[in-house]
Design a binder for this molecule. Sequence first.
Ligand SMILES: *Cc1c(COP(=O)(O)O)cnc(C)c1O
Length: 379
Amino acid sequence: METLAVHAGEQVSDPDGSVVFPIYQGTVYRSAPGESYHDIQYLRLNSTPSQRYLHDKLAALEGAQAAVATASGMAAVTTILHTLLAAGDHLLVGDVLYGGTHDFLAKHADRLGWEYTVIDPHDPSSWEAARRPNTKAVLVETITNPLMRVGRLPELVAFAKASGLVSVVDNTFASPVNFRPLAAGFDLVFHSATKYLNGHSDLVAGSVAGSTELVDSVRRTLNIYGGTLDPHAGFLLARGLKTLALRVREQNATALALAEFLSANDTVSAVNYPGLADHPDHAVASELLSGFGGMLSFRLAGGVAAAETFLSSLTLPAVAPSLGGIESLVTLPARTSHAGMTPEARAAAGVHDDLVRFSCGIEHVDDLVADLSGALAKV
Ligand SMILES: *Cc1c(COP(=O)(O)O)cnc(C)c1O
């Protein structure tokens, strides 16, 4: 992975022999006779040199035949769904989805003539009953927010294959370092590249990877809907990707160390991290993932007042939503990602008001432990 991240997709690009692939800012290129519309080199059509370079690097990191970048993670998931579903089709979705994905389906599926049924990714025996003759695809997330649950993904892939469904996974929280969905049998993997893939909290992007056939059809939808990634953001994303493995390995180690530190602290009442033996999905996560990720969440024994004091006492992490950057971020999901839910629905989903979510950066783990320890001493 480390070697692929640096070298995959790299090309000798220009007469001056620059080692770093440049930004091709041009929107349009001289065309060859007989070129099809989707092969014309034009920025929106995802076919210009900097875009192809990025796609090759993304595909290599996913172990995919092909990949395409999108203008955001939301552009990735909406373009995938618009590719796989027509009016009258049915979709199965995991019961915990990224808020934007959830809202897209809740607000737009009806209008588009799509039906969907929510399934529990932990309960394979319930899936067949949810399937209908018009079911076309199943969509789940590798590690869900904010309790870091990991579903029965190998069984889900087998179910999708046996039922002729296209299986799609949002691998944002795991990153390709910790989970390679295509090798595990998924048909399509997508990311909010805004998070770990870029890793520096300075751009919004998405990626979709899979077979040439599926990615080509996603790219054709993308070409028409127009959610193409700009070449400047693409250049930064390709640069971020080169350190993906280093960053994520460090973030995995830091998250595990923080989870263990927090578990041993009396002011912390619960810690959610799949790398801990007492996490409900520890067994499946250990089998499936090569690392448990850089995200964890925890509750404070002192409740929401303690959580607020804790956040305002930290000095290193920024109090901010989003995740996956090199700087640690901390947030109260009840106030951010899950603010739109009623308090009852939040509690039922395990997103209590005192739940703190932590995205580990690459600061030295000793400094983070010292900072957390100082803040916990104040609660
Ligand atoms: C952030 C995120 C998205 C949406 O990505 P954007 O780049 O913000 O559009 C989708 N899925 C997950 C799991 C995310 O964390």
